[in-house]
Design a protein around this ligand. Structure first.
Ligand code: ATP
Ligand code: MG
Length: 558
């Protein structure tokens, strides 16, 4: 009950306001939205904003959402992309009412074009694209009519039918809508609505050699499906008059277009065309590389659908473009993983410790799986005479405020005993190879009777029980905040150190049972998930995110 109340109290975003007003005015019985990806790449986090918005609107107001593949460009599209898009939307937790393809409407859209020609509202133009561009004018000067603008309706019909029949080569002719060559909106100066393209289409094969342009396909598809609210990003504001013009002239269902700001994130790029270059030129290992801002990359990295929903909620829906800080996304995943991740100990850079006063053998210590989740239970951690700790947790000549291990100083081993460093062993070159330590017998966690106060608790792994795993640590994919807006090629700004591989970290044995579906917090190291390439022989973990935002701190130091 309180949940629902909260929901009502939250202020509506501007699209919710529009939908609510339309429903209250009785304009529609129920609403129908759509998510219209072009299957020319994998979805990225920007798309997730659009998905959550479109499906979210329908869910909130009891309507439906269609998944419509906007596949009117035969050259760049692929069924691999169709499959990945469906997987990503399902993963975000949504079910579409209908799976549709703009290419299924090619015949209907063709008939719309015939109607425009019959009504004297479209003509076949033989001009080259250069000639068309020349006559288009400039934002301050009106355009000039093409010499083909006043062709008879009969000629236009015959030529358009011939275009469809394959009589002409690519670029030889186009079909243009007769709008207004003097319009201040350049897009209204007789836009091209059909072009010739002798290309194989991923669904219609070689059936068509003419294809409708975006502006003569998108609104028409919306209208055919009776979409009530067609939500798109701001760059389409200037296309809205075309959208409305076609619907009005064709006298078809009056879908309406609304625009919101696209999501831009720091330290990455957000365009399929650019992401494709990163894949093709091997800057990353694939569309689902954990450094990619794709939904599949984020999933492989260990992001949860919940975290993307919270993120979308936090950034809201704006009418002005902006750049969102990547650390906000990281904040969202950290918050969620803190609640669900199982705690484990893994040592990345091992330094051996021998507890000289600990008798041979082992004992099992108990440690909570997740202090944030009392229901998560405990696990046993084997303890023995020989352990590894993190090399950086020891300093032979520590500065004043170093509270971890150093000669004569004590620390607590997490869920285990307090130890003290007695002797530092080095090799011939002077490298520290081992520490001889002693443990305090009465100091076991949970029943500590030692009365000794220590300043630090460090993680550790018992050597005879350890398993090894590869650990992959990721950094920003780009060195600059907004690579797409830097001078030169955005790829010049790729961060060469975005991946660090630790081939053999020491992990506590409970991780042998790690599951692909589970998230882990490696104590003091961050949140991790098994990579899809992980196997029983060779476990591989991806770091989803560090525990705290140390990026900002490190940048400050430079
Ligand atoms: P890209 O430039 O990455 O290829 P696009 O806009 O061409 O993006 P589409 O497949 O055409 O990609 O987009 C499907 C839907 O997702 C559209 O409604 C589009 O407006 C929306 N969308 C795409 N990118 C973003 C983004 N960064 N933020 C919000 N919505 C987006
Ligand atoms: Mg596009």
């Amino acid at each position: 009950m309180t949940e629902i109340k909260k929901e009502e109290e939250k202020s509506l975003n501007f699209l919710e306001e529009i939908v609510q007003a339309d429903l209250e005015a009785g304009k529609y019985k129920s609403i129908l939205t759509r998510f219209p990806p072009e299957p020319n790449g994998y979805l990225h986090i920007g798309h997730s904003k659009s998905i959550i918005l479109n499906f979210g609107l329908a869910q909130k107001y009891g309507g439906d959402t269609n998944l419509r593949f906007d596949d009117t460009n035969p050259v760049t599209e692929d069924t691999e992309y169709v499959d990945s898009i469906k997987e990503d939307i399902s993963w975000l937790g949504y079910e579409w009412a209908n799976e549709l393809y703009a290419s299924d409407y090619f015949e209907q859209i063709y008939q719309f074009a015939i109607k425009l020609i019959r009504d004297g509202l479209a003509y076949v133009d033989d001009s080259t694209s250069e000639e068309i561009a020349k006559l288009k004018g400039t934002p301050t000067e009106p355009g000039k009519a093409s010499p083909y603008r006043d062709r008879s309706i009969e000629d236009n019909l015959r030529l358009f039918v011939e275009m469809r029949a394959g009589k002409y080569k690519d670029g030889e002719k186009v079909l243009r809508a007769k709008m207004d060559m003097a319009s201040p909106n350049m897009l209204m100066r007789d836009p091209i609505i059909y072009r010739i393209k002798h290309a194989h289409h991923h669904r219609t094969g070689d059936k068509w050699c003419i294809y409708p342009m975006y502006d003569f396909a998108h609104g028409q598809s919306d209208s055919i499906e009776h979409i009530t609210h067609s939500v798109c990003t701001l760059e389409f504001v200037s296309h809205r008059p075309l959208y409305d013009w076609f619907i009005e002239k064709l006298g078809i269902f009056p879908s309406r277009q609304y625009e919101f700001a696209r999501l831009n994130l720091t330290y990455t790029v957000m365009s399929k065309r650019k992401l494709l270059q990163l894949v093709n030129e091997n800057f990353v290992t694939g569309w689902d590389d954990p450094r990619m801002p794709t939904i599949s990359g984020l999933r492989r990295r260990g992001y949860t659908p919940e975290s993307l929903h919270v993120f979308a909620e936090k950034i809201g829906v704006q009418k002005r473009d902006n750049l969102i800080d990547m650390s906000l996304l990281e904040f969202c995943i950290r918050e969620h993983l803190n609640k669900i991740a199982l705690r484990r100990m893994v040592v990345f850079d091992p330094l051996k410790i021998v507890l000289t006063n600990y008798t041979e053998g082992e004992e099992f210590l108990q440690s909570e799986n997740n202090p944030e989740d009392p229901g998560s239970g405990h696990r046993d951690i084997p303890f023995s005479r020989e352990l590894v700790i993190e090399r950086e947790d020891f300093m032979e000549n520590p500065p004043k405020k170093f509270f971890r291990l150093s000669p004569g100083q004590k620390v607590r081993l997490k869920s285990a005993y307090i130890i003290q460093c007695d002797e530092v062993i080095k090799d011939a070159a002077g490298n520290i190879t081992e520490l001889k330590c002693s443990y305090i017998p009465g100091s076991k966690s949970g029943g500590d009777q030692s009365n000794i106060k220590v300043q630090a608790t460090i993680h550790w792994v018992s050597i005879p029980h350890a398993i090894t795993a590869e650990v992959r640590l990721y950094d920003r994919l780009f060195k600059v905040e907004d690579p797409a807006n830097e001078e030169g090629d955005f790829k010049d700004y790729v961060n060469p150190d975005s991946l660090q591989v630790l081939p053999a970290a020491y992990a506590e044995p409970a991780l042998k049972q790690a599951k692909f579906t589970e998230h882990y917090q490696f104590l003091r190291k961050g949140y991790f998930i098994l990579d899809k390439t992980s196997s029983e022989e060779k476990m591989v973990f991806n770091r989803t995110v560090t525990l705290r935002d140390n990026w900002v701190k490190e940048q400050g130091k430079k």
